[in-house]
Design a protein around this ligand. Structure first.
Ligand code: SF4
Length: 393
């Protein structure tokens, strides 16, 4: 396939998300739509995903000119390259996908070997995201991961040899009782491997997961807030000093062309089509989501229906609030003129005293038409948007 370089700036073209729900075992903190299953079950799922893609063929113009395809999960590397080839082929045949569409692919370190990375690279995967999570053996055991620190390091080195445009690694911090030193060492080892992109997520105790259950019963405790904030600030400053400035609250890239082209669409309210169990879609004014469990998902497709489980129409106010929350998570911030044009609200005029206060408190910077969260602002991004007024006068 020809490699067409797309503009590095966030494109307004839609993205395609494909959810591959299989994992070899379920990690105790995970709340994604995931399941285990052997080759037959995986193959049957791939057939259903292909059928779901073809159910969108009559409406392909609703997502015209898709320029990013993201295989997420679960573990996309749980499917064979042959299945991935057929899924990509179906997307190109039934949907409006640009020739140079940027393909991103999540893989677990234990699935990385010279043959698998060559196969993914041959499929024109350009952004490979590795679920490393930690370089510490105790942390990996605690998180229920199947790889060890050596396997994690080897996977990055093996992937590098295959020539992906961007190699990304995911890391998790905030493990209960984990000494700060261990996290620092994990970050040091990460930068030593020189990936192009790093994502750092704080461990979350989701209700309904084993970790959520332990937390509710007092058998586990979350890190105190001050400690979480300290780790957050250290992580951002350390990675920035090592040449990985943040571009979103949890995402760091060696340079702008290594940013995740697909994920940036979510943060900039660009439409996307999500297929596979639990996948969400966004049209610009409407959001809908698929059946979460594999059984109902496959059954609906067997009946010739799209497996949509629910949807919501978003009002101008809903969209403005989302855009505000998303904009305060990215280091580029919010372009107020663009915001007004898109959501019909003069955010600055409506929130003048609040913005002044947040600027004085060092949480926001106001630069011309831009409203930019500072590092201190990013650290509390979830509460930063709370006091803004987004209703029209
Ligand atoms: S590998 Fe990832 S998606 Fe699979 S269970 Fe673990 S955390 Fe969840």
């Amino acid at each position: 396939m020809e490699r067409t370089d797309l503009n590095v700036a966030v494109s307004a073209n839609p993205g395609l998300y494909l959810h591959i729900p299989f994992c070899s075992a379920i990690c105790p903190y995970c709340d994604f739509a995931v399941l285990t299953g052997g080759p037959e079950k995986r193959r049957r799922f791939a057939e259903h995903l292909i059928s779901e893609i073809s159910l969108w063929a009559p409406d392909r113009q609703a997502f015209e000119g898709i320029d990013t395809i993201y295989f997420g999960g679960g573990t996309p590397s749980a499917l064979t390259p042959d299945d991935i080839t057929r899924i990509l082929g179906a997307a190109r045949e039934s949907l409006s996908v640009q020739d140079g569409a940027w393909v991103s692919f999540e893989a677990n370190p234990e699935d990385v070997n010279p043959e698998s990375v060559r196969a993914w690279r041959d499929l024109n995967v350009r952004f490979l995201s590795l679920g490393i999570q930690s370089f510490d053996a105790d942390a990996l055991r605690f998180l229920g991961r199947r790889h060890d620190p050596e396997g994690a390091r080897r996977s990055v080195e093996t992937a590098r040899g295959a020539g992906f445009d961007t190699i990304s690694i995911d890391l998790i911090y905030g493990l209960p009782g984990q000494p700060f030193e261990i996290w620092k060492r994990t970050l040091e080892q990460a930068v030593t491997l020189a990936p192009d992109h790093i994502s750092c997520y704080q461990l979350t105790f989701h209700e309904g997961t084993p970790f959520g259950f332990h937390l509710a019963r007092g058998k586990m405790t979350e890190l105190p807030e001050e400690e979480q904030a300290e780790i957050f600030l250290f992580t951002h400053e350390f990675l920035r000093d090592q040449g990985y400035p943040a571009y979103e609250v949890s995402n760091f890239a060696r340079s702008p062309e290594h940013r995740s082209r697909h994920n940036q669409k979510y943060w900039h309210h660009v439409p996307y089509l999500g297929l596979g169990p639990s996948a969400h879609s966004f049209s610009g004014t409407r959001r809908w989501w698929n059946e979460r469990k594999l059984g109902p998902y496959e059954k609906r497709i067997d009946n010739g229906e799209r497996p949509i489980a629910g949807s919501e129409e978003l009002t101008r106010e809903d969209l403005a609030l989302e855009a505000l929350m998303l904009g305060l998570r990215i280091v580029d911030g919010i372009d107020l003129s663009e915001f007004q044009e898109r959501y019909g609200l003069d955010l600055r005029r409506r929130n003048e005293p609040l913005i002044e206060r947040l600027v004085q408190e060092g949480l926001l910077r106001s630069e011309g038409a831009l409203l930019i969260p500072t590092l201190a602002g990013l650290a509390i991004t979830d509460s930063l948007a709370r006091d803004f007024e987004i209703k029209s006068e």
